[in-house]
Ligand binder design. Structure first.
Ligand SMILES: [Zn+2]
Length: 420
């Protein structure tokens, strides 16, 4: 099954083969007990705070120990200094929708460490991601990746995994055929299978609430099965992510209490009504927009430019409506399934959907940190927080695409990416 999955993704996904050098990404920013001062940057401490124009962040033992105006922060004589004048600094980013399904991630347990760090850099850390949510890859392989990053100190992000990609009977999406995703036939079967999977160390469960089929209506997961999945996951403090496909899928999400929508739903061609938005908001459902993905999918299926824009307009309306209503947005791109690694277009599309720089920054930092239960450790530039930091070459408040132009990515005070 796993070999077949990989073979299929080979067919589905095209990917680059070059592996960048990783020497600097593995350098330690500062040695034990020595502090590191990032000086002179414009600092956005959190989305709702005013920027510090000429700021200092002092890091020690992986944590932020001081932050503020450079005239007020005393830098110890023994401290290393990294000149960040002309740069912009925020908390490090989260990508809440990624996959490690490209062939190059196969055999994660035995890949050379430098190759792994290089691949992480190419796909994730060079775009500022110190944290990612894998929304369905090969469970054992992703767990091996995570273990190697943490145990061997490989330069990479923290990885959370929503495993399974479960469907109901005959629910494999057409674009994955001839592969068959694991099916849940009854609530009792769902309870048994999900319990077993959650015991293996995964963080959450992924389901297809509705699955697109070619030439016929989507297959919608029966509500009692989705409810069984959510009930088992929540009982163990875990979350459920759903691929919704259309409004029928969103009804399953709402009816079952699924936590996170993995995508907007332009497939159905329907705008999200005020009533639907209200219900999603009340349910505290989080939304991952994946706007660039729609253009990617349609263009490779040779849909006309006008057709692409019409489809995308539906997704933009959905994000606009939910964001304006104060709904929770988590930044995510489906990178790894989508072969475009750059995040610049996604930021531009989110801005086109009416999201401000502050709202987009929240979707990258404070919102996912809170959603995944680590808001006290990461997501803000504040004393006591992990030194999870992104340094950008330009100010994203001026041009939103600057969020993709990363000079340094730090995770717990260690540089996991440095622009050469
Ligand atoms: Zn995905």
């Amino acid at each position: 099954m796993k070999k077949r999955l990989f073979a299929l993704y080979l067919l589905l996904v095209c990917f680059g083969a070059h592996i960048p050098s990783v020497a600097s990404a593995q350098d330690q920013a500062s040695s034990k007990n020595q502090s590191l001062a990032l000086t002179g940057a414009k600092i956005y401490p959190k989305p709702t705070a005013k920027p510090i124009i000429n700021g200092v962040v002092l890091i020690k033992d992986g944590r932020i120990v001081a932050v503020g105006d450079s005239r007020k922060i005393k830098i110890p004589n023994s401290s290393k200094v990294l000149d960040c004048r002309g740069l912009t600094l925020t908390a490090a980013f989260w990508n809440s929708h990624v996959h490690f399904t490209e062939q190059k991630w196969q055999n994660a347990a035995s890949l050379p460490a430098a190759q792994l760090a290089g691949q992480m850099q190419e796909m994730l850390t060079r775009y500022g991601f110190a944290h990612v949510l894998d929304t369905g890859s090969f469970t054992d392989n992703t767990l091996a990746l995570r273990q190697r990053i943490e145990k061997e100190n490989i330069a990479g992000p923290s990885i959370r995994l929503a495993a399974g990609s479960f469907v109901s009977l005959d629910g494999t999406p057409f674009y994955l055929e001839p592969l068959k995703l694991p099916e849940l036939a009854t609530p009792a079967e769902a309870t048994k299978i999900i319990s077993g999977l959650l015991a293996s160390g995964v963080d959450g469960i992924k389901i297809f609430a509705a699955s697109p089929k070619r030439g016929k209506p989507p297959v919608v997961m029966p509500l009692d099965i989705a409810k069984a999945v959510v009930s088992v996951a929540h009982a163990r403090g875990k979350f459920v992510v759903a691929h919704p496909t259309n409004n029928a899928g969103i009804e399953v999400v709402l009816g079952a209490g699924v936590d996170i929508l993995a995508h907007t739903t332009p497939d159905g061609g329907q705008a999200w009504s005020e009533d639907l938005i209200k219900r999603l908001k009340v349910a505290r459902t989080a939304l991952i927009p994946t706007l660039r993905l729609w253009r990617f999918e349609l263009e490779r299926n040779k849909v006309s430019a006008a057709g692409v824009e019409k489809f995308l307009e539906v997704a933009l309306q959905q994000l606009r409506a939910y964001s304006q209503a104060g709904g929770e947005i988590l930044f995510g791109t489906d990178v790894g399934y989508m072969s475009i690694y750059s995040t610049a277009d996604e930021y531009e599309l989110m801005a086109k959907a009416g999201m401000s720089f502050q709202q987009i920054l929240a979707s990258l930092t404070t919102a996912p940190a809170a959603r995944f239960g680590v808001a006290k450790q990461t997501g803000k530039i504040a004393v006591g927080m992990d030194a999870d930091i992104v340094v950008l070459t330009a100010d994203p408040a001026v041009d939103i695409k600057a969020l993709a132009n990363v000079k340094y990515t730090f995770r717990k005070g260690k540089i996991i990416y440095a622009l050469k």
